[in-house]
Design a protein around this ligand. Sequence first.
Ligand code: SAH
Length: 371
Amino acid sequence: MSEAKERSLLGLTLQELTGIAEEAGQPSYRGHQIFEGIYRRRLESPEQISNLPHSFRGQLADAGFTVGLPKIEKKFSAADGTGRYLMALVDGQSVETVWMPEGDGGEAGDGSEAGKEEESRAWNRATICVSSQVGCAVDCQFCLTALLGVKRNLSAGEIVGQICAVLNDRNVLLPQDRVNVVFMGMGEPFLNYDNFMKAVRLLVEGVGIAESRMTVSTAGIVPRIYDFGAEPVRPKLAISLNASNDDLRSRLMPINRKWNLEKLMAAARDFPLRARERLTFEYVLLNEVNDSARNAREVAELIRGIRAKVNLIALNTGPGIAFETPAEERVLQFQRILIAAGVPAFVRRPRGRDIFAACGQLKRTVELQTA
Ligand code: SAH
């Protein structure tokens, strides 16, 4: 790739920004001012960093520096308040980012805060679901993103940028507003591990989102689960289980042929949980494929002894997906069996299905055909 004319500031650490200031003959605290400007204040161009001298702002612009926020190319709004953003990246590729508000009028949450403050605001907590790659290489048979294949990794700046762009679009004030981040959009974060972890640190130190408010989900890249457990600053961990035995899992998630359930569950068992932290296992229910009573008992057996909960997701369908959504009763039966076996299990409500924003539906869908 030829040298990019535009150089994005997003993605650079405080140390790297300090280096840029010093190279330009500026005092090193200017690096901190840029850091605050792009992450905490979420400004959109170097010219807006008003506490920098005019001359230095001009120098940055002349050197080709931009903040590097992705451009919101399209925005879809679902009946349940979910927003799906199509984000354009500098090289013409695009990814999707999802905004999921909670708790207007007390339909979610504990209700204690509803109506107390921010009357004008339709949410009191929100989750942003962010992409880590353009497309995905993992090839899970029930997921629409898999149909794209993987185009490339996102840079740390492109990961942080998705979040900043959505926070700006929704006028979010940090740290007052309660915002969670889930690395569960397009791509496999653990196959873009270094950029993903750099983005995490920038979000914590710069943007102001606590690590305890973030969760990363992996399809089961076992060596990275061990690396992740050793990180001093890290989000919570979710593992996409989706099958209760190796035969089934290898069929649904080919990655299981590389790291099977024995290896995956060993990594889960060894994962160093913090006080009161729990692992999450996600399980997409596919009608009459992985959703029987026997499957539920096998899942309980796999998880026995791990401080974990299971999030059950009834399949979100899409064009080219050869599975069906189970009836509500099968979902509830699966949940009851897990709970009876002592495994906390929750049924996740689908969000934004009508705009193709739900789990497994992110495919840069531009038209909105009805499923
Ligand atoms: N690649 C990572 C991050 C994506 S998370 C991972 O696999 O964990 C996406 C979550 O949505 C995963 O838990 C996956 O199991 C789930 N999912 C994928 N396709 C789905 C679909 N069609 N319906 C419901 N959930 C789906």
